[in-house]
Design a protein around this ligand. Structure first.
Ligand code: PHE
Length: 454
């Protein structure tokens, strides 16, 4: 185990500063999940009611799970598979790594499609083709850009860029990108929110997003809010576990978990504040699903001076935010192939990119020729999203939480938090209580509730 300072014989890469550790975990967490998925999920599931459930799942359930992943990752200094081999050799716990790898491949497949749309919108903005003048134009543009083979090409381009960044390794590629561009994205979002304040239906948008109608809190809304919270925080898949294995010993895990959750939620809320006033001001429906952000935002840009330039900047930043998230997803399977199967990083990247490419193609075609091909009433795109976010991530999160709370030797857990919260005697017992009881039981109840057993 390489968690004591004197014991670090490992040659694994490590983040070079504490700021880099936070910036990189925030880079993994902040992405399309906040800016594309959160507004559309909130739009479909009742606005304020969804928001309330989402906040509950981020701060009451997500934070302890994040601490669980961090502590397993840093205590083992290994990938999502190897961590359990090191901490509990010969036990079936390593299989939880399998859930993470499957989920990461599914997520990357549909995520690459949306990131591909983002790239496509960058180019269209640059060519001045996102200049919408009437309400149907946004819808038509979205359909024509995503329906044909364009989307397929852009998905492949995005996956190629992702593989390139991943090949450059942990420190250089990822850190540099996160450190510089995340703060810029934040400033741009705040600028758009200020712009949103001056839209005629700002109040209506805020009412929709922040005023919960409790009658809308159904099992389905809870399941989706839980899935969104885990998706947004990159939980249950092993990304945070793998990243924390690169943290230095002086990184304060509790504080890093809190900063990540706060910043991630802030970005999602800013995205909501940016989108919903525009939805109502332009007389659109909040329930449009995955197209929401792509159909609404060009309107917002259109109302601004130098709209095409703003659109271009926004979609470039969204693309970078997606990239920092997909890099963390790819890292799960690459670290597995590299460290467990002893395949070179280059080959590991190629293998995992090839697998995702197949998934990405199926998801991209879900908006074109495979639009009518459904399994359980869902296209590949919707199925991959549902299976990963609402099923695999919560199961993964439950397992990590149970492992850290019940199975992992207490001395490992204590050591992971002793530097950070040594003087807070209440912190560790409370965290363990949440890991042991609150998180697993809450996730389990929601599953039972969803399938109608309680
Ligand atoms: N959290 C990322 C986002 O919000 C998505 C993600 C999920 C990244 C799971 C890694 C693992 O966009």
């Amino acid at each position: 185990m390489a968690n004591g300072k004197g014991q670090q014989k490992s040659v694994r890469a490590m983040f070079t500063s504490r700021f880099a550790a936070v910036a990189t975990t925030v880079g993994s967490a902040v992405g399309l999940g906040n800016i594309w998925r959160f507004p559309y999920e909130a739009g479909v599931h009742g606005g304020g009611a969804f928001m309330l459930c989402y906040l509950f799942f981020v701060f009451v359930i997500g934070m302890p799970v994040l601490c669980a992943e961090f502590s397993i990752g840093r205590a083992s200094r290994a990938n999502a598979f190897g961590a359990f081999d090191k901490l509990s050799p010969g036990t079936p716990w390593r299989m939880s790594g399998l859930i993470g790898i499957t989920a990461s491949v599914l997520i990357l497949s549909f995520y690459a499609v949306v990131a591909g749309w983002t790239l496509e919108y960058c180019v269209e903005a640059l060519c001045g083709n996102l200049d919408f003048t009437d309400r149907t134009a946004g819808h038509e543009t979205f359909r024509s850009l995503t329906g044909g083979t364009h989307a397929l090409v852009w998905t492949v381009i995005f996956l190629a860029v992702n593989s390139f960044v991943v090949l450059r390794g942990v420190n250089k590629g990822i850190e540099r990108l996160c450190n510089v561009l995340m703060p810029v994205l934040f400033v741009i979002l705040v600028t758009f929110c200020i712009r949103s304040f001056f839209l005629p239906k700002f109040g209506e948008g805020m009412h929709f997003l922040f005023d919960p109608d409790f009658s809308k809190i159904t099992p389905d809304v809870m399941l989706n809010a839980m899935g969104q919270a885990f998706f947004s925080l990159s939980l249950g898949v092993g990304s945070m576990l793998t990243y924390s294995s690169y943290f230095s010993d002086s990184t304060n895990l509790a504080r890093t978990a809190l900063s990540t959750a706060l910043l991630d939620t802030l970005v999602a809320i800013l995205a909501g504040v940016m989108i919903f006033p525009a939805v109502f001001s332009f007389g659109l429906s909040p329930e449009q699903g995955p197209a929401l952000v792509f159909e609404v935002l060009p309107y917002v840009f259109n109302q601004m001076p130098l709209g095409a330039l703003w659109a271009f900047i926004f979609f470039v930043l969204l693309f970078v935010a997606s990239l920092t998230s997909t890099v963390s997803m790819s890292e799960i399977s690459i670290a597995y192939f590299n460290e467990e199967r002893h395949i070179s990083r280059r080959k590991a990247t190629l293998i995992s990119s090839a697998i995702t490419l197949v998934g990405g193609i199926l998801c991209a075609l879900s908006f074109g020729v495979l639009a009518d091909f459904t399994i359980c009433g869902k296209t590949f795109f919707n199925l991959f999203d549902f299976m990963s976010s609402n099923i695999l991530l919560p199961i993964g999160a439950m397992l990590y939480s149970i492992y850290a709370g019940w199975v992992m030797k207490r001395k490992y857990l204590t050591r992971q938090f002793s530097d950070s919260v040594g003087h807070l005697s209440w912190f560790l017992p409370l965290l363990v209580f949440f890991m042991r009881w609150v998180c697993p039981v809450a996730i389990f109840i929601i599953f039972l509730n969803t399938i109608g057993l309680i």
